[in-house]
Design a protein. Structure first.
Length: 129
C-alpha cells in the first residue's frame, strides 16, 4: 500500500487522530501566553527538570507536578498497585488504563493503553494479565 501512496497506520488511534486534525477548523495562532508562577513554583519546576538527564524519561508524577505548577489541567489519575486498589480507590467507569514504566515510553506500541474499561471486573482481569 505504501508503494501505491496509500497511507497505512499501525494503530487505528493514529488514523483517528489524523482525521481529527484534518476536519478541525484552523485555530488562530496564539501570540502571547501569560503564565504566572511564584518563585517557589519556578524553583520546584527547575529542580524537577534538572533532576533528569536531557532526553531522559520523566515519570508521570513529575509530569503532573510540572503541569500543575504551570496551571495546565489534567484528568485525574490514580495508581493501581494491588488488586485491592481496584476496589478501594472508588474509580469511575468507563476508564482508561495505562502502564507506567521507565522502560516503556510509547505505551500504545506495546499495548500499554486500554480504553473503555467498563467495570471493576474488566479492570481486575487486565491487572492480573
Amino acid at each position: 500500500m505504501l508503494q501505491a501512496g496509500i497511507p497505512t497506520f499501525d494503530y487505528p488511534e493514529k488514523l483517528v487522530r489524523i482525521m481529527n486534525y484534518i476536519r478541525q477548523p484552523k485555530i488562530r495562532e496564539i501570540k502571547d501566553i501569560i503564565i504566572s508562577i511564584n518563585s517557589q513554583g519556578l524553583k520546584t519546576a527547575k529542580n524537577i527538570i534538572n533532576s533528569y538527564k536531557q532526553g531522559g524519561y520523566m515519570n508521570i508524577d513529575d509530569c503532573f507536578k510540572l503541569l500543575d505548577i504551570y496551571g495546565i489541567n489534567m484528568v485525574k489519575s490514580k495508581y493501581i498497585q494491588t488488586a485491592n486498589d481496584i476496589y478501594s480507590l472508588m474509580l469511575n467507569y468507563p476508564l482508561v488504563a495505562k502502564i507506567d514504566h521507565d522502560n516503556i515510553i510509547h505505551k500504545s506500541d506495546v499495548g500499554g493503553v486500554i480504553l473503555n474499561i467498563q467495570n471493576s471486573q474488566e479492570l481486575l482481569n487486565l491487572f492480573n494479565k
